[in-house]
Design a protein around this ligand. Structure first.
Ligand SMILES: [Zn+2]
Length: 75
């Protein structure tokens, strides 16, 4: 069974970009996932270390400079 942990109030977390909830930490088999407590289909981080930085990045209203489109080859 997975365990859930509240994130300490002192730690800054962006609210879930879909529903505005504060994320929780799920502990599964030695690994941690930062996820939305309301819906498992909302963004969650990859299992591993507690990655609040990644959560914050993905739930920011404005996506910072990220190369989504592959760069085109120069002619
Ligand atoms: Zn959510």
């Amino acid at each position: 069974m997975a365990e859930y942990f509240q994130i300490q109030p002192a730690i800054f977390c962006e609210p879930c970009k879909d529903c505005g909830a504060r994320p929780v930490i799920q502990h599964i088999k030695e690994k941690f996932v930062v996820l939305c407590p309301n819906d498992k289909d909302h963004y969650k981080t990859k299992p591993g270390l507690v990655d609040i930085k990644d959560w914050n990045l993905k739930n920011k209203k404005q996506i910072p400079f990220v190369n989504i489109v592959p760069a085109q080859k120069a002619p």
